[in-house]
Ligand binder design. Structure first.
Ligand SMILES: [Zn+2]
Length: 109
């Protein structure tokens, strides 16, 4: 999973003519399947020997939310809920956010 992130930032760094990457911001939805603690643990190994070596990983966790047609509102769900409204219980597969796994920014020199 992190390999794709490292590759994307590497490409961006080359394009920007950067010599070093200080930090990488990663947006991770609670329904993305990615575990923030695991990403943090895997980060040093993922960037070892790449132009990103030494870069800090800034994780931004995005709380998943569904659109509930009964409440006519966006409702936050935690990862242990099925895709149902936590307020009224109406099932909804309409995930508004929470599947993010994307680079938010990369600080380069
Ligand atoms: Zn509802």
């Amino acid at each position: 999973m992190l390999h794709a992130v490292v590759t994307a930032v590497e490409v961006a760094a080359v394009k920007a003519d950067a010599t070093a990457v200080d930090a990488v911001g990663l947006r991770v939805g609670t329904m993305s399947g990615a575990v923030p603690e695991a990403l943090e643990a895997a980060w040093p190994l993922a960037i070892a020997g790449t132009p990103l070596e030494g870069a800090r990983l800034d994780l931004e966790v995005v709380q998943a939310a569904i659109w509930c047609p009964a409440c006519q509102a966006e409702q936050s769900i935690d990862e242990f809920y099925a895709l149902a409204c936590p307020v009224c219980g109406t099932p909804s597969g309409n995930l508004v956010c929470g599947r993010e796994f994307e680079v938010a920014y990369a600080d380069m020199d």
